[in-house]
Design a binder for this molecule. Structure first.
Ligand code: SF4
Length: 98
């Protein structure tokens, strides 16, 4: 398999990965299994309002997850990625002499 870096123009660069039909079939099976699992969770959510499963809090994976607010693992006001300060505190900026 060849991965091309589109932004490497005008001298296209690429990386080659070994990949064959056996690996392709294994990937197909893995993705099919995951999609079936997701479909079951979606059906449960739509029919019985059962929440989607979450990883245990103890894994500490939610802290850097993009879905942490929607997943109710982080309060929106605490997620600084969603509301970064637009301007620095002007009082803390040192004067620049011209
Ligand atoms: S916040 Fe992210 S990692 Fe944590 S349970 Fe939700 S989706 Fe999973």
């Amino acid at each position: 398999m060849t991965y091309w870096f589109v932004k490497s123009q005008p001298h296209p660069q690429s990386l080659k990965f070994p990949y064959d039909r056996v690996q392709h079939e294994k990937t197909r099976q893995d993705l099919t299994k995951l999609l079936s699992q997701l479909s079951r969770w979606l059906e449960c959510y739509q029919s019985d309002r059962l929440p989607f499963p979450q990883v245990p809090v103890s894994t500490d994976r939610c802290r850097d997850c993009s879905f942490a607010v929607r997943c109710q693992r982080v309060e929106e006001s605490r997620d600084t990625r969603l509301s970064p300060p637009l301007l620095p505190n002007l009082a803390e900026i040192e004067e620049v002499s011209l």
